[in-house]
Design a binder for this molecule. Structure first.
Ligand code: ANZ
Ligand code: ZN
Length: 875
């Protein structure tokens, strides 16, 4: 065996073939061992994997391999989130068929993922664009429909007149479509909705049970669901023309009210506009601007005085103007508000624009009532109510209660003037998309029967293959024959629904399909769902913190209501959101972005300097940013894996920063990882030389161990325990550091061997340490581990080895590690009994080789010992 150079390019494919040919990563549904389901968010098949994928999947794979070693039946599947716009864009740009484009991308990305050595059960691979998958999605849609979880209703949508599609609010930027840049129109369309809002309270309540989710994600979800407790309150229109109902969470500020504002789509606004053309024009303008949260937050607050006036509920003579305002949404609360500029920033901005004043009615603690004023910053904190007649002196809470009580008891036109109400920000989930490359909504429209579900026997409703992308809009709608069918109910002429489902639907249940991907008759087998789910560890990007996770949580409940999810409540028990892979940016003289692969970076006396490889032209180094195609600061995983091997790439993405933070990709970092691979290989070679022959008599533990052997054993067992602790907590970078540390200690121990005849206890310790070392880094660098294992003459595959058991007595830290400094500079480490006396510590510290060297014969003035912490030698 040659321990000079480890050749990843030769060994890695060989081990992958062995794993694959023995199907050792295939999970069995009848496996009796405790289960562990680890899942990374499945990729969109855009064409190539990027470093973000490498990091995400490396993390998941470490967990999968580690849990397998710990004796779990591990389910670790992979699939493709394969529907979506990019395939259609490609079709429009270069004429490729979306299906061909998608499947070609899947093929190349699958090969790339395989080259990473991921311990995936590929026999369970699914693609959401496969009729064998979406057929079941259609079935569930119909099941949801039959239990009232699906609605068809008219709703206002942002319509992109160029792309001919509906846009989410987030896709409207400054009133324009995010892709086309066209001015967005508001249209009323009949759309399909999942009734997620019905579950708002439950989705909120259950967040507290998700203890293995990042706090930040739970908070984001809670904010998105947006529960608020408030009051529906009617203001009487002056002149006896009815009332305006508002929703407020701050009735305590009622005496600070300066105006009423209506949403542009409010019926009263329309009535007022009927004989006010300028108002009608203002309303039309608002509609064009879009209503994304960001647009409202940052946009200028604009309004129009309708001329209408309302009476203050507690003062007949106090009239408030009624505006139509662009920051009031029609689909929240009642579509009308009362504005209190002193205590709400939007109201204040508005009031400042229209000169409506701001009277503070909540006095901050410690503020002086005579001088406290609000001019440009609203005060929304706690305090005492003042300037508010009978509410004066009350707390915010008490004042809310007082106003609610009084107005609930009062009648206006025969009804209570106010009513408490809980509101949610969460809206029903509109799933209709006017696109081709998505799951067809399985409904047929008949002039006499209405919307008729496609009979289950006729599923899947398959996408037609022959579609044209030469015109904007939905190719399904334009197709000459596809949509013309007979009504399943009356047999008359009818047409198919041509909308397809939002691709978030596809990813809302794929984790459940992985459990039985081959099942034909049903989406899932509830018994298997109960067995495997929830996913024990889900890993993905923070960008999916809200929608994907919330939709999946809703879907699980809807599946349960329709008998598809066993007794599963929550889909993901543990969630981890990993940081991004970031890289320096480079630009040439004319400002163009350059690929790192084309740039040479050198460190010189005057700092780092970059030049263009080849021409030597000066290159400017820019800030470190998320790897992105547009800035070209990407590194191609294929190239890295081709050059250094998968283990190096995996090791590096796991090593440098805590997994939830960004990792900076550097060439030096990768080279460091590659060197460490070589170092481990040589170290294992040396350990093998010193260890007993495999199976030899000497491999049995000797009765007694000398101090040297004990130290090696302690180091190994302690590292093992620490790696285990770190992997349990997904602290991959720390596990990596433990391996480095153990390798250093073992190298030192090997280096200290001087005679060729090594005593049996030491031999045993080296052999044992070699084995522990290899098994400890195996989850991170699985190929190298197999090669080392074989080189050590061990039986079987590391991928199937149990995690070694650390001997508690050895690992127990009755021996502590004290850093030793000489004049404040760290020179070495001392391993010594926790209970050692001062004199013993001092003597041992001074006897350390690096300390002796650092002292260079100088006289020791003093040795400072901070018990259990550090030793400093002053010379
Ligand atoms: C008066 C007031 C005074 C308010 C004050 C706030 C502060 P959440 O907590 O999110 O439910 N609001 C109500 N409906 C609205 C709509 N359709 N569009 C825009 N804003 C609307 O927020 C409730 C508060 O948001 C309500 O309480 C209302 O303004 C505003 F010092 O009423 B408030
Ligand atoms: Zn019919």
């Amino acid at each position: 065996m040659d321990f000079e150079r480890y050749n990843a390019r030769e060994t890695e494919p060989r081990w992958r073939e062995i794993w694959e040919s023995q199907a050792i990563f295939a999970a069995r549904n009848d496996d009796p061992r405790p289960k562990y389901y680890v899942l990374e968010m499945f990729p969109y098949p855009s064409g190539r994997i990027h470093m973000g994928h490498v990091r995400n999947y490396a993390m998941g794979d470490v967990v999968a391999r580690y849990k397998r070693a710990k004796g779990f039946a591990v389910l670790h599947p992979m699939g493709w989130d394969a529907f979506g716009m990019p395939a259609e864009n490609a079709a429009m740009q270069n004429g490729s068929h979306p299906a061909d484009w998608t499947y070609a991308n899947i093929a190349s990305m699958r090969a790339q993922l395989k080259s990473m050595g991921l311990s995936l059960d590929w026999s369970r691979e699914i693609a959401t664009c496969d009729p064998a998958y979406y057929k079941h999605q259609q079935k569930m849609f119909l099941d949801f429909l039959s239990v009232g979880l699906v609605d068809r209703k008219k709703s206002k949508v942002n319509w992109d007149p160029v792309d001919h599609t509906v846009l989410a609010n987030e896709q409207v930027i400054d009133g324009r479509g995010w892709r086309s840049g066209a001015l967005v129109e508001q249209r009323e369309l009949t759309q399909w909705f999942f009734r997620i809002a019905d579950y708002a309270q439950e989705l909120l309540d259950a967040l507290s049970g998700l203890t293995r989710w990042p706090e930040k994600v739970r908070l984001m979800q809670a904010n998105w669901i947006g529960r608020s407790e408030g009051l529906l309150l009617r203001f009487e229109l002056a002149g006896g023309k009815g009332d305006v109902e508002v929703y407020t969470t701050r009735p305590d500020t009622l005496f600070g009210a300066k105006f009423i504002a209506l949403a542009p789509d409010h019926p009263l606004a329309a009535r007022a506009a009927a004989d006010d053309p300028a108002l009608a024009q203002f309303i039309a303008e608002c509609r064009r601007r879009g209503t994304s949260a960001a647009a409202i937050e940052t946009g200028e607050k604009k309004g129009y005085d309708t001329g209408l006036r309302v009476r203050h509920p507690f003062d007949e003579t106090w009239l408030l103007p009624v505006y139509v305002a662009n920051f009031v949404l029609m689909d929240y609360g009642t579509g009308a508000i009362f504005g209190c500029p002193a205590h709400d920033q939007r109201d204040l901005d508005f009031s400042n624009a229209y000169g409506l004043g701001a009277t503070p009615v909540i006095l901050p603690p410690g503020a002086d009532p005579a001088s406290f004023a609000v001019t440009s910053e609203a005060y929304d904190g706690e305090g005492t109510v003042y300037h508010s007649r009978f509410l004066d002196g009350l707390s915010v809470e008490a004042a809310k209660e007082e106003v609610a009580e009084r107005l609930e008891a009062r009648s206006l036109d025969g009804r209570p003037q106010a009513k408490r109400q809980v509101n949610f920000r969460l809206r029903d989930w509109g799933v209709s998309r006017q696109r081709y490359w998505g799951c067809p909504i399985p409904v047929i429209h008949c002039a006499s029967c209405g919307a008729v579900p496609v009979p289950a026997a006729d599923l899947p409703v398959e996408l037609p293959r022959d579609v044209a992308f030469d015109a904007p809009g939905n190719p399904l709608d334009r197709h000459p024959t596809w949509k013309y069918v007979k009504c399943p109910s009356c047999g008359g002429a009818a047409t198919r629904e041509t909308d397809t489902m939002d691709t978030f639907v596809d990813s809302s249940w794929y984790f459940a399909r992985f459990v039985d991907p081959w099942l034909e008759g049903a989406p899932t087998d509830p018994a298997d769902v109960t067995k495997w789910l929830p996913v024990d560890q889900y890993i993905g990007g923070i960008e999916h913190a809200i929608l994907h996770l919330l939709y999946a949580r809703f879907f699980t409940r809807a599946m349960q209501a329709t008998g598809h999810a066993g007794d599963l409540k929550e889909p993901f028990a543990g969630l981890f959101t990993q940081g991004m892979v970031v890289h320096e940016t480079y630009r040439d003289k004319s400002g163009g972005w350059l690929f790192p692969a084309d740039v040479r970076v050198e460190s010189g006396p005057s700092g780092r300097r970059a030049t263009l490889a080849g021409s030597g032209e000066e290159v400017s180094i820019g800030p470190i940013e998320k790897m992105s195609k547009s800035k070209r600061n990407t590194v191609d995983p294929d190239e890295i894996i081709g050059t250094y091997g998968a283990d190096t790439a995996r090791w590096f993405v796991l090593s440098d920063s805590p997994p939830e933070r960004d990792v900076i990709w550097t060439e030096e970092g990768v080279q460091g990882a590659a060197k460490f691979v070589q170092r481990l290989w040589r170290l294992v070679g040396e350990l093998k030389r010193l260890a007993p022959e495999p199976g030899a008599q000497a491999e049995r533990a000797p009765q007694e161990f000398g101090p040297q052997a004990l130290e090696i054993r302690r180091a190994a067992h302690r590292a093992l325990i620490r790696v285990e602790e770190d992997l349990e907590r997904l602290r991959f970078n720390r596990a990596v550091a433990q391996v480095h540390d153990l390798a250093n200690k073992l190298s030192a121990a090997v280096g200290a061997i001087e005679t060729p005849d090594v005593p049996a206890d030491l031999r045993f310790a080296f052999g044992e340490a070699a084995q522990i070392l290899v098994l400890a880094f195996a989850p991170m660098m699985p190929h190298l581990a197999e090669e080392c294992w074989a080189a050590l003459g061990r039986e079987g595959l590391v991928a199937q080895m149990p995690w070694p058991k650390a001997e508690a007595a050895l690992a127990q830290e009755d021996v502590i590690e004290l850093p030793v400094q000489v004049n404040g500079k760290k020179r070495g480490e001392l391993l010594i009994g926790r209970a050692a006396e001062r004199e013993a510590i001092e003597a041992a510290a001074l006897a350390l080789e690096p300390v002796r060297r650092a002292l260079e014969g100088r006289e020791v003035k003093k040795v400072i010992i901070v018990p259990q912490r550090i030793v400093n030698v002053v010379a």
